[in-house]
Design a protein around this ligand. Structure first.
Ligand code: FES
Ligand SMILES: [Fe+2]
Length: 348
């Protein structure tokens, strides 16, 4: 306990205290937190203990996704045409019912095998491009639809998945109210499995060293954390001199999802939910996984209404930051898969 106390009170490079209530009320969320020169930045490897990361990872992997997979953003699917996706080596077609709800089924037409991509949608049915066969719920016994859900930000499909007893609904993240937030969704593919994406995020310690352009002053609060919850104080870099400090918590509602929620500081209630979906395997047996990340920004500041109104202009900036981080993080996840494929493991 004494050691823990010392660890949290000792002033050292990399630590930052959560913002005080006064700071939170300040009209300016920026704090003067100059970036440490690279040669004075302390490496984080001592804190990033493999055994600690493994415990969180195993806890996350034990959480049943119930066969539900994120297949894209709600905005990617219109009312009039279908979209085909690959999911767990299976082709899946997505389209919308007349009431806007999500429908899904096998992506191959049962007549002569056409891919049901970019097909016309009329009266709840998707019409095959080749000969116009109308497909939908309850139409044919040899072409059964899958449970599907549009949660307002993301699209989900339930497929029979090994080791996952089916559940009635996916574990949709508790998000800030839609009329007081704006959502940005990015996606990126890589050669790895969904578990590698989750493992990357369960190592928050890499943040300051690996992404110095985005994070600094990061420390994990061991006393507030447990195997199923990581509590992190971190500053989001804005410029070389200024940053926005927040307290965030990471949780895994299921084995393929990790959610960061801002619990103190600027933007309390904002969430970043990261979903990993296995698309399939290539001929050499290498997996392809897509990361779909939804950033749902929220603030109770007066000015946030303006930010929300400007969200079409702000989204590209949010998306660009998320993508840049994921280019690095995907390299981490791909490396983790490659080591496992070679039979080399480091700690877990
Ligand atoms: S292949 Fe679909 S209707 Fe013929
Ligand atoms: Fe990262």
């Amino acid at each position: 306990m004494t050691m823990r106390f010392l660890r949290h009170t000792a002033a050292r490079v990399g630590d930052v205290q959560p913002p005080s209530a006064t700071q939170r009320r300040s009209p300016n969320p920026l704090r003067l937190l100059p970036e440490e020169p690279r040669d004075r930045l302390t490496g984080t490897w001592r804190d990033a203990r493999p055994g600690r990361i493994k415990r969180s990872f195993l806890d996350a992997q034990a959480r049943n996704p119930g066969g539900w997979h994120v297949v894209g953003a709600s905005t990617e699917l219109g009312a009039d045409r279908s979209v085909a996706r690959t999911l767990g080596d299976r082709e899946v077609v997505l389209w919308r019912a007349t009431d806007g709800g999500l429908l899904a089924g096998p992506g191959t037409c049962p007549h002569l095998g056409a891919l049901l991509d970019d097909c016309e949608v009329m009266h709840d049915r998707v019409h095959c491009r080749w000969h116009g066969l109308a497909l939908g719920p309850g139409v044919r016994r040899d072409w059964l639809t899958y449970p599907a859900l549009d949660d307002g930000v993301l699209l989900w499909v339930q497929l029979p998945t090994d080791g996952e007893p089916p559940t009635d609904a996916p574990a949709v993240t508790v998000r800030p109210p839609g009329d007081a937030s704006f959502a940005t969704v990015v996606s990126l593919r890589g050669t790895c499995e969904p578990s590698d994406v989750i493992a990357n995020r369960l190592d928050p310690w890499h943040g300051t060293w690996y992404h110095p352009y985005a994070f600094s002053h990061l420390s994990v609060d061991d006393d507030a954390s447990s195997d199923d919850r990581l509590v992190v104080d971190v500053a989001f870099r804005v410029t070389r001199r200024y940053a926005v400090p927040v307290r965030a918590e990471f949780t895994c509602p299921d084995a393929r999802t990790i959610v960061m929620t801002i619990v103190d500081g600027e933007g309390v209630g904002s969430v970043v939910e990261t979903h990993a979906t296995l698309l399939g395997h290539d001929r050499a047996g290498r997996p392809t996984t897509v990361v779909t990340e939804a950033t749902i920004a929220h603030s109770d500041r007066k000015g946030f209404g303006v930010a929300r109104a400007l969200s079409p202009l702000l989204r590209p900036a949010v998306a660009s930051t998320a993508r840049r981080l994921w280019v690095d993080d995907m390299a981490y996840a791909e490396r983790r898969w490659l080591l496992r494929d070679r039979g080399e493991t480091f700690g877990y």
